[in-house]
Design a binder for this molecule. Structure first.
Ligand code: ZN
Length: 671
C-alpha cells in the first residue's frame, strides 16, 4: 500500500507537469538530465542538491546506507522471476563480448531488450507485468551463445524461457477466477504451491482477535516440503538470500557509528536484528522506531516493503531509498502552517463559514540520495510508510515528497517540445521557465497544508451532503484556496516568493491544463471522470465563462491551433476568489443541487473538436510513457592516513555503464 503514485499516474503527472515549465537549455546548466531513451522508456538523471551542506558524519552515514542499498539489487531480480539473474548474466556476457556489427538490426534489438530487462529488474515489464517479446531472432541468440568461450549451463532452457510465449507470460496475475499463484511468474512461491493451500495455511496461522498482527509472509518464500506440506523459508542472514543480506548488514553496521542520534542508531540496530533473525515481531519494533523518528535529517528505508509484486499481497519486494530532509523546502510547509489562522481569517469566504481555530498540516520534503531495488530505476515521487495499519494508528506514519525527483522530471520535460507546442508566446514561456517550479510546489503546499483544512460546515449539515460530487468539489475548494492565495502579497511578506508576478506562471499553466492539455489523458468520445481532472476543468471553464465580458481569458486560434491567452491576471484572481466563496457556501450549507449543477455544467463534457486537436498535437511530440533514473555514485575521500575526509557525489554515469557496474560490483547471488 501507500506508494503515493503508480507508474501510470506518474507518467500522467509528468505530462501535466510538463505543460508547466519551459527552460532554455542553458538554464539547466551543464547538467544533462537525460541519460537514455529506448522502447517506451526515458531514463533521467537527478541531482542531490545540498549534499555538501550535510556534516561529514551525515555524508558518511549516507555513504554506507547507499552501499547497503545497492547490495540488495539481486534479491529483487530473483524475487521477480527465478531465471532473471541467470538471464541477466547471459545477456550481459553476450553484450560485452559481441564482436560483430553493433549497428546490425539483430544487435540493436538485442541491446534494446537488455535495456528493457535492466529497467524492469527482470524479463517482465515493470508496469504491465507482461513478458518482453524480443525483436531479435532466436537464431541470433543461439549463435551468440555458441560463440561464447564457454557456454553457460542451462543456456538452452533460458533461450526457451525468453522466446516461448507459454512460459511465465505474466509476472503478477490479478485476473479474477484464476489461481493467482500458479499463473504468476514471481518467485515468491515454490513449484506446485496453489493459492488455496497458501490461503488455508495463513488462515490457520492468523488470530482474528490479535490487535497487533505481524505482517504475515512479508519476508518468506512459500514452498512445499518433502511431505507436500506448506512451509515458509525466511529471507535472512544464513537463510534464503543470506549471501545478499550479509553485505547489506555489513554496511548497516558500518553506518551505525555515524548515526545522528541514539534513536537513529537504535533504528539501524533493529533492522540488523531483523535481517539476522527474520522475526516479524522485530520488524514491527523496527517500524515503530522508524515511524517515531522525526528528528533525524538523514533517513532511509531498506528491506521487504511493498507487496504489489505478490499476487496475494503479502511478501514484500526488496527496496531501498536513502534520503535526507530538504530543510528549506520543508520550511515552506512549516511557515504556511504557522500562519494558518491568518489565511483562514483573510479568505474571501463568508465569515459564517470560517473556522475560529484552524491548524495547518506540515509534511516533510526530502532529497533522495540513492534509489535501489524495487524503487530503481522507476521510482515513486511520494512515500507513506509504514504499511501496518495498527502501527500507523498507534505510532504515526511518515509522508514524504521526493522533491529532487520531481525537479528532475520537471527539468527533463523542457526539451520535449510540449511548451513550444502549447504555450502561446515567448514571454509566457519565460514566465513559466522562471516561476512555475516554485509556484507549482507552493500551490501543492497551500492545497495540502491549508486548503483542505480551511472552512467549516454549519451546525447540522451532513458532511456527505454533496454525495457523488463531494470529492470533486472538495478538490475544487482546496485548489481555489491555493490559487487565490498564490497571488497574495502575504506570500512575499513571509518569504515564500520573491516576485509579485510569480503567481502568473501557475495561473497560466492551470488554465491551459484545465481547459486543454489534460484532455490528452481522456480517450476520444469519453467524459472527464476523475475528481482532480473534473475540479481543474470546473475552475478553468467557470473562470473562462465568467470572465468573458471583460475578456479575462481568451482562446486564440493560430494556424488552426488553439492557444490560451490570459489578458487580465488580477481579474482572474478575483474570479478565483468569487468561485471559492461559492464553493465554500455550497459545502458549508450542503447545497447539493448547486454543487451538482456546477459539476455538470463545467467539469464533465468535453468539446470533441478541441479534444481531437489536443490528442493530435500531443501524439506528434513522442513523449516516453515511462520514466526512471540512473543514480549518482558516491566516493569516499581519504587522507594519507586513511581517514575519511569527505564524500564526493558523481553524476555523469550512463545508463548502460551503471547497470554493468552494478552487475559486476554488487552481485552477491551469482550462481
Ligand atoms: Zn486534495
Amino acid at each position: 500500500m501507500n506508494k503515493s503514485i503508480t507508474a501510470l499516474a506518474m507518467a500522467a503527472t509528468i505530462m501535466a507537469a510538463s505543460c508547466s515549465k519551459q527552460a532554455p537549455a542553458e538554464s539547466a546548466g551543464d547538467f544533462d538530465y537525460t541519460a537514455d531513451r529506448f522502447a517506451d522508456i526515458e531514463v533521467l538523471r537527478y541531482k542531490v542538491p545540498d549534499f555538501d551542506s550535510l556534516s561529514l558524519n551525515q555524508k558518511i552515514l549516507v555513504y554506507y546506507l547507499q552501499e547497503a542499498a545497492l547490495w540488495g539489487r539481486d534479491i529483487l531480480w530473483d524475487q521477480n522471476y527465478k531465471d532473471n539473474l541467470a538471464i541477466r548474466d547471459l545477456l550481459e556476457r553476450i553484450y560485452a563480448s559481441y564482436d560483430g556489427d553493433r549497428e546490425s538490426a539483430d544487435f540493436k534489438a538485442f541491446e534494446t531488450y537488455l535495456k528493457q530487462v535492466w529497467f524492469a529488474n527482470g524479463i517482465h515489464h515493470h508496469y504491465s507485468n507482461d513478458k518482453f517479446v524480443p525483436a531479435f531472432s532466436r537464431a541470433f541468440l543461439e549463435e551468440r551463445i555458441a560463440a561464447l568461450p564457454e557456454a553457460p549451463a542451462g543456456a538452452s532452457e533460458l533461450v526457451e524461457v525468453i522466446f516461448n510465449p507459454e512460459i511465465a507470460p505474466k509476472k503478477v496475475n490479478q485476473a479474477e477466477g484464476a489461481d493467482l499463484i500458479t499463473t504468476s511468474a514471481v518467485n515468491m512461491y515454490g513449484p506446485g504451491v496453489t493459492q488455496k493451500e497458501v490461503e488455508d495455511y495463513f488462515a490457520a496461522l492468523k488470530d482474528p482477535k490479535d490487535a497487533t498482527p505481524v505482517s504475515y509472509g512479508l519476508n518468506t518464500r512459500i514452498v512445499k516440503d518433502e511431505n507436500g506440506k506448506i512451509k515458509e523459508i525466511p529471507y535472512k542472514l544464513g537463510g534464503l538470500y543470506g549471501e545478499a543480506i550479509a553485505p547489506i548488514v555489513e554496511n548497516l553496521r558500518k553506518a551505525v557509528p555515524y548515526a545522528e542520534n541514539d534513536a537513529q542508531k537504535a533504528i539501524i540496530e533493529s533492522l540488523i536484528d531483523f535481517y539476522t533473525s527474520g522475526d516479524l515481531k522485530t520488524f514491527d519494533e523496527y517500524s515503530i522506531k522508524w515511524a517515531e523518528d522525526t528528528a533525524s535529517q538523514v533517513d532511509f528505508i531498506n528491506g521487504f516493503i511493498e507487496s504489489y509484486n505478490d499476487p496475494l499481497g503479502m511478501t514484500g519486494s526488496w527496496e531501498s531509498i536513502v534520503n535526507f530532509k530538504n530543510i528549506p523546502a520543508s520550511h515552506r510547509t512549516e511557515v504556511l502552517s504557522a500562519n494558518a489562522q491568518w489565511f483562514e481569517d483573510n479568505s474571501p469566504v463568508d465569515s459564517r463559514f470560517k473556522k475560529e481555530k484552524v491548524k495547518g498540516v506540515s509534511a516533510k520534503v526530502i532529497t533522495a540520495a540513492i534509489l535501489a531495488g524495487d524503487a530503481y530505476p522507476a521510482t515513486p515521487i511520494g512515500i507513506n510508510l509504514p504499511n501496518a495499519n495498527w502501527i500507523r494508528a498507534a505510532h504515526g506514519s511518515k509522508s514524504v515528497t521526493l522533491e529532487n525527483i520531481t525537479q528532475a522530471y520537471d527539468e527533463a520535460a523542457h526539451g520535449n517540445g510540449f511548451n513550444e507546442e502549447f504555450v502561446i508566446d515567448e514571454e509566457t514561456s519565460k514566465l513559466l521557465d522562471d516561476y512555475l517550479f516554485i509556484t507549482d510546489n507552493l500551490h501543492t503546499d497551500l492545497h495540502e497544508c491549508l486548503g483542505h483544512g480551511s472552512g467549516k460546515l454549519l451546525p447540522g449539515v451532513d458532511p456527505d451532503a454533496l454525495k457523488a460530487h463531494g470529492s470533486t468539489l472538495e478538490e475544487t475548494r482546496a485548489d481555489l484556496f491555493a490559487l487565490y492565495y498564490l497571488a497574495d502579497p502575504k506570500l512575499i511578506e513571509i518569504g515564500l516568493l520573491d516576485n509579485p508576478d510569480a503567481y502568473k506562471a501557475e495561473y497560466y499553466k492551470y488554465i491551459l491544463n484545465g481547459m486543454m492539455t489534460q484532455l490528452m489523458r481522456i480517450e476520444p468520445g469519453k467524459d472527464v471522470e476523475e475528481a482532480h481532472m473534473r475540479n481543474r476543468k470546473l475552475i478553468a471553464e467557470w473562470a473562462y465563462e465568467h470572465g468573458k465580458d471583460a475578456n479575462v481569458i481568451e482562446m486564440v486560434k493560430r494556424d488552426g491551433k488553439t492557444f490560451i491567452k490570459i489578458n487580465d491576471y488580477e481579474a482572474l484572481r478575483g474570479l478565483f476568489g468569487q468561485l471559492l466563496a461559492e464553493i465554500q457556501r455550497i459545502r458549508s450549507t450542503g447545497d447539493y443541487a448547486a454543487g451538482r449543477d456546477l459539476v455538470e455544467k463545467y467539469a464533465v463534457k468535453v468539446d470533441p473538436e478541441l479534444h481531437k486537436e489536443v490528442l493530435d498535437r500531443y501524439a506528434r511530440l513522442d513523449i516516453a510513457p515511462y520514466k526512471g533514473f540512473v543514480n549518482p555514485s558516491y566516493e569516499l575521500v581519504k587522507d594519507k592516513d586513511g581517514n575519511i575526509t569527505d564524500v564526493k557525489v558523481n553524476y555523469g554515469e550512463e545508463y548502460t555503464a551503471q547497470m554493468q557496474r552494478y552487475s559486476k560490483d554488487y552481485h552477491p547471488l551469482k550462481k
